[in-house]
Design a protein around this ligand. Sequence first.
Ligand SMILES: CC(C)(COP(=O)(O)OP(=O)(O)OC[C@H]1O[C@@H](n2cnc3c(N)ncnc32)[C@H](O)[C@@H]1OP(=O)(O)O)[C@@H](O)C(=O)NCCC(=O)NCCS
Length: 163
Amino acid sequence: MIRRAEVTDHPWIIATGAEAYHDLGDYTRILPSWLEQPGVLAWLDCDLQGRGRGFAMLGFYMEDPTGGAGPATQVVADLLALAVLPAYQNRGIGTKLLEYVIDVAERVAPSSKIGSLRLTVSETNSGAQRMYARAGFRIVDGSATYDRGQRALRMARPLTGKT
Ligand SMILES: CC(C)(COP(=O)(O)OP(=O)(O)OC[C@H]1O[C@@H](n2cnc3c(N)ncnc32)[C@H](O)[C@@H]1OP(=O)(O)O)[C@@H](O)C(=O)NCCC(=O)NCCS
């Protein structure tokens, strides 16, 4: 079952994400800073007892595509984090969470004029890259880096407003 995360779920999300991403940076610091932003939403996949097995975090931001040169701003959507506890990986939970957040982004896309959903994934994480490609994401920048210098890919999936 997938449900919206509540504030009481944040410690679990931070611990789970920090463990999943420990090679990439200090996510015990990064995840709380994302969760406190008003445009950031999170969802949990839970077992029948309500215990979290995985989470996804989606951020909606205002961005100035002119880099400050003009008045134009647009809303962008970022899949900030997706992680499944190691004991539950490879059972389709990550794919289910991904499809869920894509559906949310598709539903708000027309009114917010959001053209695409973006994400960043480690260059070496080929399993996750395959999962994103199956969901319609394509590489838009192959030369990004994480805090600790690991190479990363930026991927994006067009949002058409149709679910
Ligand atoms: C990537 C991840 C979210 C996928 O969740 P999942 O529930 O295992 O996903 P699914 O069962 O739906 O399988 C989707 C793909 O994930 C891959 N996968 C499974 N375990 C993985 C792992 N430990 N690391 C990376 N990819 C993994 C599988 O290979 C599968 O692809 P394939 O079927 O083409 O082989 C999960 O493995 C995870 O949390 N990994 C660590 C954190 C991470 O890499 N997050 C994504 C980068 S932002």
